[in-house]
Design a protein around this ligand. Sequence first.
Ligand SMILES: Nc1ncnc2c1ncn2[C@@H]1O[C@H](COP(=O)(O)OP(=O)(O)OP(=O)(O)O)[C@@H](O)[C@H]1O
Ligand SMILES: [Mg+2]
Length: 253
Amino acid sequence: MQETLLKIREVSKHFGGVYAVSGVSLNIKGGGIWGLVGPNGSGKTTLFNTILGLHRPDEGDIYFNGKCINRLAPHQIYGLGLVNAFQIPRLFSRLSVLDNMLLAARGHQGDTLLNSLFLRKGWQEQEVELAGKAMEILETLELVHLALSPAGELSGGQRKLLEVGRGVMSSPTLLLLDEPAAGINPNLGKKIFQGIEDLSQEGLSFFIIEHRLEILFDFAHWVYVMDKGKIVVEGKPEEVLEDPAFFEVYLGV
Ligand SMILES: Nc1ncnc2c1ncn2[C@@H]1O[C@H](COP(=O)(O)OP(=O)(O)OP(=O)(O)O)[C@@H](O)[C@H]1O
Ligand SMILES: [Mg+2]
């Protein structure tokens, strides 16, 4: 049996009178791709932000690796290996794709930026190791041919792939992605998910919000469906697709 990585128990978050998240419980176990879907405004992003410590839950508890993280600050949660790929500090468009990957590695952010750019001698060994890791990830994401290109020259889809890659560089245990395939063409969207699947086979877990159900359902092995702040259906994609409650949510029957 896989370990439960993330355990959410009866979590609620309201903004004034709006219950954005209302009594949500769910489990994410180690490995694989876990999906979170639901109509606009159903509370998905609020749930992610609550998990990541950007909002404090009004009710309920969140555990990561058995430790209650309700009251931890975002950087502490990040420190535990629970990472939102799209929240890592922004891309530097004039730096190469590879340098952007290196800057996302743990211990190479913020105050070490200058060191990592200009004082390379002292830590070359570590850099070589990280560069090897970065190139491997870029290869999985089919970006390796762009490693030395400025990040600013990437297309929208390639940029998304790079952001996923930077998330992976931070050595997370669980990577949260809020709509990785939004705003890019379906083929590239699929390619992003293929890259994510390859990375998940190396033991990394993903929890992914996605409106492109036709792509997500091909890759996720478990899907949670949210509506009006609650989880209303969960299961394997093929089970969810057969659940009348799923259609009620999407068709508003
Ligand atoms: N900071 C906030 N202050 C007040 N209300 C908020 C805030 N953030 C979200 N909400 C409200 O909470 C509800 C859930 O929003 P949320 O962004 O979590 O939905 P979502 O499922 O991510 O939607 P989408 O699919 O459009 O991204 C909405 O009614 C939204 O207006
Ligand atoms: Mg959202």
